[in-house]
Write a protein that binds this ligand. Sequence first.
Ligand code: DC
Length: 236
Amino acid sequence: MSSSTSTSSSSAAVPIVTIDGPSGSGKGSLCQMLARELDWHLLDSGALYRIVGLAAEKQSVSFSDEAALAKLAANLNVEFRAGQSGEPSSVLLDAEDVSVAVRSETTGTLASKVAVYNGVRDALKDLQRGFAKAPGLIADGRDMGTVIFPAAPLKIYLTASAEERANRRHKQLINKGESVNLAALLEDIKERDDRDMNRAVAPLKPADDAILLDSTGVSIEDVFQQVFDRLKRQLF
Ligand code: DC
């Protein structure tokens, strides 16, 4: 992920592709493949909410104190470092490498809790829009097409059944050497979907002009090809 703190006064001319959808739909992998293929910037907006959740926990900020969480989000001391030659990118919070902690299931749940607050979402808006830089941006999240980049010329909403998403996550965690119960993962995914889709502010839903794709039973390579073909037709 590239980092930036500037706002997006010049973002109008920059092509932006938004990819929204629930966790486990494959959007993270899809976004990385697209950004790599095109050599465009990548915004992993979920990582920002994860970092706020992690920072709140570290600083013992209450998850029911919206004002304190918003203040924390507005003053994040965060740095993203692009990975060298195929290495994954790293995230530093207060100069500490939190790349592994940021991706954990526990941090995902913390992220989903701080993400319900308008104050937190507002505090992260400019930071997110600052990622829109030439030659282009792939924006990965829940509200990229609806709230952050409503004028994006190509919007994708990628989904998959909850069962398939839990299975994919289960495989990923096993590959990382973590032992997680599949039924508990499925329960967690459904709870998080419910919180993300039913929150009052910026709920997870497709933009009116988004293209809906269901990746259930479809390989990530096929999803990539479909989106890439459309992107080439529409933007080049
Ligand atoms: O995509 P992810 O699993 O890293 O996201 C973690 C949580 O952050 C997710 O449950 C909802 C929240 N989120 C959000 O509300 N808006 C975004 N644009 C991205 C993530």
